[in-house]
Design a protein around this ligand. Sequence first.
Ligand code: ADP
Ligand code: TYD
Length: 226
Amino acid sequence: MDQTDQKKNGIKKGALIAFEGIDGSGKSTQIRLLHERMKKEGVCCETTMEPTHSPIGSLLRQILTGQLRADSRTIAALFAADRLDHLLNEENGIVKPIQEGAVVITDRYYFSSYAYHSVDVPMDWVIQLNQQAREILRPAASFFIDVDPETAMERILKSRSHQELFEKKSYLIQVREKYLEAFQKMRDVETVIRIDGNRSETEIAQEIWSRVCDEVLHFSSLSATM
Ligand code: ADP
Ligand code: TYD
């Protein structure tokens, strides 16, 4: 990254790359493949996710699996709190490794909040809730794995024994629309890279790797093939 990019993304060194998409879009699969590729190239890289494994993240998982119930505003606020802990926790917050030069890949970041919660509450309020996180760490890029909700739902039903709170086709259709609305709203201040996720894992991984090299980390010297 050059100095201008570092300034735009609010970080001194290293970078955060976020993966976004509806449930079942293939984020985890692509993160695993990108991480393997980065390691092969000798890049200092780690992966992480939201909700996190912190006490706030555990509370959220209990809500997502239906063990606890909460109002949608409470859920949105808990996700914002979990995100701040993800950034700032003294033991495992991600701001520190990024400042020290690591590339961190996260499975979901604040665009997930904008999309999922604005189905029930105003998007501007959700954006406001996440303002601190945005000021602390803006992703170098957010990859949006765009998958047809019908396909995503089929994948979820095939691969999981139980469905979580938001894993219904009608909800995922609305979440996808909200993602598109959020990207449009933030188009001048965020770098969003849309990837067609209705293809094979290998084809998607190849496009992501080439765009990471060319547009995000500017690895012109690395091989562009997977
Ligand atoms: P997410 O993390 O976005 O929920 P996953 O990576 O866990 O998605 O993928 C959900 C399911 O779909 C998994 O069983 C995975 O193996 C499968 N899957 C992922 N990518 C593809 C793809 N491109 N084509 C077909 N199936 C896929
Ligand atoms: P995740 O474990 O990534 O689910 P999946 O692998 O199926 O995509 O995320 C759990 C759920 O949490 C998912 O339904 C999206 C939701 N979520 C929010 O509602 N708000 C948020 O801010 C985040 C990060 C996730």
